[in-house]
Design a protein around this ligand. Structure first.
Ligand code: NZQ
Ligand code: ZN
Length: 382
């Protein structure tokens, strides 16, 4: 097993009727006022907003609202949030929503004191002091509720970039799986698929790390089982809860322990598409790309790919395992090639390759992908 550091200071409150504790948690942290950050308004339809407002008021926490966080959140919206925080002299952030809202909340938590938030995402500056972030999660999948990643887009520059910072760990995250019953099916599926891909990004660089590999296999099987069940019975609490907890563990450090950093190329390839096509949500982009990444790379660690096919998909060959995964993604309504995303122009694939090369200095862990590799995977995924 490779050496690793495990650090995860986020306090998680998990379960039914936990959201009403948010005001109390914020007060206990000594924070007196927050920016209440949210998306397009789903929290006003499922009761989450009312519960939060009541809890904040009961605990004497002042708040200023900032709605309108977009899926694939924008630094431009984060900038206007920061201006509001400065104007009202707020001392914390409360992000209420899915990965997009939380990631934008993280950009404020880590970059509040910087001259330019985007500079940190471009790695021109490393933020070293921040503000406390509190989270109420409404959509499980990204794992952002207890990790140090934040993914933000810049509309002007057509870039989607990730910033890793310990300042991003929420102080407290509340996860009440029952409020996810208001999700439309495709959003539930998106979350589950995203979490499955987080397991896969870690899995294929493994060989002998039995503890982590066993956890990853269990998480993948649980996620598949929970999604299948929720497709039939979306209001089943136990399946919601299992999916929600598996999604946390899939990207909170546990699932990557000792795995050489994982691969993560497919995530970068996905970000390369969403940067030019923000209407492409994260999970459909991943399900469109992963089959081709698997076919392109399996020879580099064949025993591990075969183990995945057997233990996750119950198949006796790698190709059969990949085909089983494609069938499953399709049955959940998710695309398995770029064409099926419905909006990407084939003649722009070259532009997408260049954009992806600009996202990170290294793309891929199992194999460090160069321009030709990346172009080939996009072409295979077309
Ligand atoms: O905006 P609202 O009105 O809240 O509606 C949202 C949004 O339209 C809706 N929704 C959320 N909870 C709901 C609900 N609708 C009904 N009932 C509920 N309970 O769902 C829609 C999608 O939300 P979004 O936050 O965009 O989805 P997701 O959680 O999949 O987040 C995606 C973002 O996270 C990034 C992705 O790249 C993408 O930008 N990721 C962040 C990661 C991290 N920080 O660790 C890791 C991931 O790999 C990923 O890259
Ligand atoms: Zn992801």
């Amino acid at each position: 097993m490779e050496n690793f550091t495990f650090y995860n200071p986020t306090k998680i409150l998990f379960g039914r009727n936990t959201i009403s504790q948010i005001g109390n948690e914020i007060k206990a942290s000594g924070v007196k006022s927050v920016l209440l950050l949210a998306g397009g308004g789903s929290i006003k339809h499922n009761g989450v907003y009312d519960t939060i407002v009541a809890s904040l008021r009961a605990n004497g926490i002042d708040f200023v609202e900032h709605f309108g966080v977009r899926p694939n959140p924008l630094v431009e919206h984060s900038n206007s949030g920061r201006a509001l925080m400065q104007k009202h002299n707020l001392d914390g952030i409360l992000a209420v929503g899915g990965g997009s809202v939380i990631d934008e909340g993280k950009s404020l938590a880590s970059c509040y004191y910087l001259d330019n938030i985007w500079d940190a995402y471009e790695k021109k500056v490393v933020p070293d002091k921040g503000l406390p972030l509190f989270v109420v999660l409404t959509l499980s999948g990204t794992g952002t509720e207890s990790n140090m990643n934040s993914v933000l887009s810049n509309a002007a520059l057509q870039k989607k970039m990730t910033l890793y910072s310990p300042l991003h760990f929420p102080k407290v995250s509340i996860i009440d799986p029952s409020i996810q019953m208001s999700l439309p099916w495709h959003q539930t599926a998106n979350g589950g698929i995203d979490a499955i891909t987080h397991c896969m990004e870690n899995y294929f660089t493994g060989t002998y790390q039995e503890t982590t590999i066993g956890i990853l296999e269990s998480l993948m099987r649980t996620l598949i089982k929970s999604l299948d069940a929720l497709q039939v019975s979306p209001n089943n609490y136990e399946d919601r809860a299992n999916l929600a907890w598996a999604a946390v563990l899939a990207l909170n450090g546990v699932s990557g322990a000792g795995m050489n950093g994982g691969d993560w190329a497919t995530h970068k390839l996905q970000h390369g598409i969403s940067a030019l096509y923000p209407e492409v949500a994260h999970a459909p982009g991943l399900s469109a790309l992963f089959p081709s990444w698997l076919r392109y790379n399996y020879k580099l660690n064949e025993p591990q790919f075969a183990r995945w096919a057997k233990n996750v998909w119950h198949c006796d060959s790698i190709e059969k395992g990949i085909a089983a995964m494609e069938l499953k993604f399709k049955s959940w309504g998710s695309p398995i090639c770029i064409r099926e995303l419905g909006c990407v122009a084939k003649e722009r694939l070259g532009e997408i390759v260049e954009n992806t090369l600009g996202i990170a200095p290294v793309i891929g862990g199992l194999k460090k992908l160069d321009r030709a590799d990346i172009a080939k995977i996009y072409e295979m995924a077309w």
